[in-house]
Each structure stands twice: as structure tokens, then as C-alpha cells.
Design a protein around this ligand. Structure first.
Ligand code: 13P
Ligand code: SF4
Length: 323
């Protein structure tokens, strides 16, 4: 069994024991008050991390929450680009990431310089970057998007050609809904890209009554086999509105905890045992305690990059969520 999977099995099966460790949870609550901190967690985080967070959501909701909070400290349980987005949006606040190894591999697939060169090759194109990018890439973009608003963001630009970085799968998904020419970067998310049509067909055979929801970061041929594609918060809304009792979930496995908690009477099946993002499993309760105790690790963005990246994020927040 791969290490990440063992870790995940432990964190799902050992979940009750971890919850009984109220010592750590009490410590976090006390430190949170002392620091006037808010804890934001992504839907893919470990169950016990989601449970101690003040707010759990998708990339878009977390960005908005970070831009609105009154707290002095934002402790971000997610990956690097999410904590960076919070720091970009709230320059006066202390933004902490408990584990600096929690890095999204897809965000590392394009640099600011590579985007500059791509823009030189397509001078008439507008530039949309997925929030899963570095601050330097955001600073070189006209506007950011998430999986929840990619189509609306593409449509919001007044040009016929759009450079779309870094996720080629999200780019191809957005291209289904627009007349504009989408020019993708060749990036992808390992966790979603390794979900294959076979996995969907196999899961459907095992759960013939279940609806199939997949993330737009999946391959087009996987999206074609699903009932629909949604970002993580879109999945929560879809399940809430659906009359079905069973769902096959084609995204990172942490999503199952969010859905099981929100809809205890419905059943959720992971599309495969391997849909795990190791970066999203890095943050632990003890790291949260240490992070709040020592105020580490502070996320800092250079001033010139911060201003330009904030413009791209603010423009995105101005565009309404699609699903
Ligand atoms: P969402 O914005 O749908 O939460 O997705 C973030 C992400 O990293 C997907 O892999
Ligand atoms: Fe990045 Fe994929 Fe992990 Fe999301 S699931 S953080 S896109 S590697």
C-alpha cells in the first residue's frame, strides 16, 4: 500500500481516537483565542483538521473568507497557493501555514517567467490563471479563477483568445462552454489526472444506483462518463439538492469526510483508493498547535508581486460563482 494511502487509511480509521485526544483540541481553542486567529481548512484536509476549523470550503470560498475576516491571524490548513492567496488578499494580517512542505505540485508546473514567455507568443490573448499557481504567476495574469467560476471568468474577459494556466484539464473543461479560443498550459494535477475511465466504470458497476460526480481537473474522457463535473463546494451543493442517496465521488478522498458530515443519511464512495493528494494530508493537529504557539510559518509575499496578484484575485472575486 503506498505511504500516502496508509496515512489516509489511518486518518480515516483512527479518526475517533484522534478526536478523543481533546487535550490537543483544547489547546488549539485556547491558542486561537489568545492569538485572535481564525482557522481555514480546505475540503481535502484530514478529517480532524476539518473538524477544528472555523471554516471549511473550496478554494474560492476560502479566498473570500480570507478577504473578509476580522481576525489578526489566519491559520491556513491547505496547500501553499491557498495560504499565499490569503496573504495576498489580507496584507495587514499574519497568515500562517503549519507545514511548508504542503505544496501543490500542479502550482509548481509553471513559473512567472514561463508565463511571460507564453504571453509574448500570444500577444492578443487575455490571461486566466487557476488559483493553483504561485503569486508570481498570478501577478502576470489578468484574472484568477477556481474550478467554481472558470467559465464565467473566461467569459468576463473582452478578448477572443485566452491563455489558461496551468491545468490543461480545467482549460479543456472551460473550453466546452465558451466560443473563445483557449490556449492551455500543459499542467495537470496528479491526483485527478490518474483517475481513469476504468475507475469510473468499475465504481459504477459496484454501485449501480449511485450518481457520479467528478472534479473538472479530471481528464475529459473521465468527465464524459460522469453525471456531472463540479468543484468541491459545487459537489456539496449538488448532493444537497439531489434526491439520490448514493454518490461516487471523483476527487480527492478528503471530500468524503466533508460530504459524510454534511449529509449523514447519504452514502459516498471514493472513485478509487488512490485519489489522494499527499500535500493536503501534511497538516496535523500537533502542527496546528505548534503553528499557533510559535506563530509559524508566516507567509510573506513581496510588495510589488502582492499588489499585482491581488488585482487578479480581486477581479475573480467580482465574478460570480458558477456552481
Ligand atoms: P476546489 O477549488 O474545487 O476546492 O479545488 C481545489 C483543488 O486543489 C483541486 O484539486
Ligand atoms: Fe494541487 Fe491536485 Fe493537490 Fe489540488 S489535489 S492541491 S490541484 S495536487
Amino acid at each position: 500500500m503506498p505511504e500516502a494511502l496508509q496515512d489516509w487509511v489511518f486518518c480515516r480509521e483512527g479518526y475517533k481516537d484522534i478526536r478523543q485526544n481533546s487535550g490537543m483540541i483544547e489547546k488549539i481553542l485556547k491558542l486561537k483565542q489568545e492569538r485572535n486567529a481564525v482557522i481555514l481548512a480546505h475540503n481535502y484536509e484530514r478529517p480532524e483538521i476539518q473538524d477544528i476549523a472555523d471554516f471549511v470550503g473550496d478554494s474560492l470560498a476560502l479566498s473570500i473568507e480570507a478577504s473578509l475576516t476580522d481576525a489578526d491571524v489566519i491559520l491556513f490548513c491547505g496547500v501553499d497557493f491557498m495560504a499565499e492567496s490569503a496573504a495576498i488578499l489580507s496584507p495587514g494580517k499574519t497568515v500562517l501555514i503549519p507545514d511548508t512542505d504542503a505544496k501543490c505540485p500542479m502550482a509548481a508546473m509553471i513559473t512567472g517567467q514561463e508565463l511571460i514567455e507564453m504571453k509574448q507568443r500570444h500577444p492578443a490573448a487575455g490571461v486566466v490563471c487557476y488559483v493553483n499557481t504561485s503569486a508570481a504567476v498570478k501577478a502576470e495574469s489578468d484574472i484568477c479563477c477556481t474550478s467554481a467560476n472558470a467559465v464565467e471568468v473566461v467569459e468576463s474577459l473582452d478578448c477572443d483568445e485566452i491563455i489558461f494556466v496551468p491545468d490543461k484539464n480545467l482549460a479543456r473543461y472551460a473550453a466546452r462552454f465558451t466560443e473563445k479560443k483557449i490556449i492551455p498550459w500543459d499542467g495537470y494535477c496528479h491526483t485527478h489526472h490518474q483517475i481513469l475511465p476504468y475507475d469510473i466504470m468499475d465504481a459504477k458497476q459496484r454501485h449501480p444506483d449511485a450518481e457520479v460526480l467528478v472534479h473538472p481537473e479530471c481528464r475529459p474522457e473521465v468527465i464524459d462518463l460522469a453525471d456531472d463535473a463540479y468543484g468541491t463546494e459545487g459537489m456539496v451543493r449538488y448532493v444537497g439538492a439531489s434526491h439520490s442517496d448514493e454518490f461516487i465521488i471523483g476527487t480527492e478522498s478528503g471530500m468524503l469526510h466533508r460530504l459524510e458530515k454534511e449529509f449523514p443519511s447519504k452514502r459516498f464512495y471514493a472513485v478509487s483508493d488512490y485519489a489522494i493528494c499527499p500535500a493536503m494530508k501534511m497538516v496535523t493537529l500537533s502542527e496546528v498547535v505548534r503553528s499557533l504557539e510559535n506563530l509559524e510559518y508566516v507567509v510573506a509575499i513581496p510588495g510589488d508581486v502582492q499588489k499585482k496578484a491581488k488585482d487578479a484575485l480581486d477581479r475573480m472575486i467580482g465574478v460570480k460563482r458558477r456552481r
